[in-house]
Design a protein around this ligand. Structure first.
Ligand code: ADP
Ligand code: MG
Length: 418
């Protein structure tokens, strides 16, 4: 008697959900990536109770054809690749066709989508993997997907969830990364009705940095732009006085995808070398663009880790480019002596380290987003961002570090995105 059987689709989806849907933030990540892939210019995310009660993502992208709405929830159903060869030329964020069926296996999902501007669309409702509703509905172009009662049918996973604040921190982190990776898209994040992030869209990365890290931080960022035959680097690197106590402020974005990569982090840290005190990490938003064949994104279920085909060359290029920008800046702190008190008794001398004013005209861009920046600096700052001052604070001593400071494995430090 044969003992090996092929699992039915629902069980397979539940298994995939174990990898793809680790926590509410993973759902946010997958749904937002779908909206980005659909060419949306506006993506709104509303969550309740840390995402466990509700995650709703509304976009103005291409929408889904009525007859494709149900198919989108089938395992390995995707519009993004059609052949094995496409796997080596991925230009979209998604391609595995796993997110929607995985999410629908562990939650109650309602999807409304319209692929044109006739006002007609389709609504689908799925509960724990079974279809409850599939009918026509009035809808604007785009997609509106609500994920309710996440993990309601997987109590063991639900029990594993941390506090609402922790889950919300992870969700904010996902949204910050996506907003940084796509300054051309206007993102909004609301929790129980409160706005936590609002990025303006329009393509100005510095404005997004201001919305997330604060206006002061955005003023201390220096533009980077470099190119060789294979790679193009753009973005902003932070002046050393913006350094933080963990790596949460180091964002690396490859072809529009936020990724984690140890080698890239090390390359950036090598470039800062003696400019940072021990155990301080720079604020950096680095956009790398390359031909899709130079990067393998199919190595991680959540596509958070990637492999580069010419890793040493890439890391060398990043290190040299970052160092060149830092070398071009006046980054040696000046000691400012401040005399305190008046008259003959003025004896107290205070020494402070100041970095010369950044050579950036950051003012006007930053102001529009001041309100959400304040939110980002408050209690909602995700764990990955430490709690380090967001900007302006002079460091307490001369920059110094030992080579060992960056030699330690960076394991789980800082980054919380899943
Ligand atoms: P993948 O993104 O890997 O293709 P998903 O399960 O995330 O797989 O989505 C399945 C398909 O549903 C996508 O390929 C896409 O065609 C469609 N889809 C999902 N979300 C959206 C959206 N917000 N806008 C337009 N199409 C979408
Ligand atoms: Mg997807």
């Amino acid at each position: 008697m044969a003992k090996i059987a092929i699992l039915d689709e629902h069980i397979a989806n539940q298994i995939a959900a174990g990898e793809v849907v680790e926590r509410p933030a993973s759902v946010v990540k997958e749904l937002v990536e779908n909206a980005i892939d659909a060419g949306a210019t506006k993506i709104e995310v509303a969550v309740e109770e840390g995402g466990l009660q509700l995650i709703r993502v509304t976009d103005n992208g291409s929408g889904i054809e009525p007859d494709d709405c149900e198919t989108a929830f089938y395992r390995h159903a995707t519009s993004k690749i059609t052949s094995g060869r496409d796997l080596f030329q991925i230009r979209s964020l998604g391609f595995r066709g796993e997110a929607l069926p995985s999410i629908a296996a562990v939650a109650k999902v309602r999807l409304v989508s319209s692929s044109n501007d006739t006002g007609l669309g389709r609504v689908i409702e799925i509960e724990g993997g079974s279809l409850k509703l599939n009918e026509d509905i009035a809808a604007p172009q785009g997609t509106d997907i609500a994920v309710k009662e996440l993990f309601y049918n997987t109590p063991a996973r639900l029990k594993y969830m941390k506090t609402i604040q922790t889950e919300l921190g992870h969700i904010s982190d996902v949204m910050y990364r996506q907003a940084l990776a796509h300054p051309e898209i206007a993102f909004a994040l609301r929790h129980n009705g409160n706005t936590l992030l609002q990025s303006p869209g329009g393509g100005d990365l510095l404005q997004v940095i201001a919305a997330i890290y604060g206006v002061n931080a955005s003023k201390g960022m220096v533009a980077i732009e470099a190119e060789d035959l294979d790679y193009r680097i753009t973005g902003f690197i932070g002046r050393p006085d913006l350094a933080r106590s963990n790596r949460g402020g180091m964002s690396t974005i490859v072809n529009g995808r936020y990724i984690r990569n140890q080698g890239l982090h090390q390359a950036i840290l090598r470039a800062y070398h003696t400019l940072l005190p021990i155990n301080r990490y720079p604020l950096v938003v680095l956009m790398l663009d390359m031909h899709p064949s130079l990067v393998d994104v199919n190595v991680h279920p959540a596509k958070l880790e990637v492999r580069f085909s010419k890793e040493p060359e890439l890391n060398g290029f990043v290190e040299n480019s970052v160092r060149a920008v830092l070398n071009g800046q006046v980054l040696i702190p000046q000691v400012v002596r401040q005399t305190i008190g008046k008259g003959p008794n003025r004896s107290v001398i205070q020494e402070q380290f100041h970095f010369p004013a950044p050579p950036l005209g950051a003012e006007e861009g930053a102001s529009a987003t001041g309100q959400t920046a304040a939110a980002a600096e408050g209690t909602l700052r995700p764990p990955g961002n430490g709690g380090a001052p967001a900007g302006g604070a002079p460091i307490g001593g001369a920059p110094q570090r030992s080579a060992a400071a960056f030699g330690a494995p960076a394991a789980a430090e800082g980054l919380t995105l899943r």
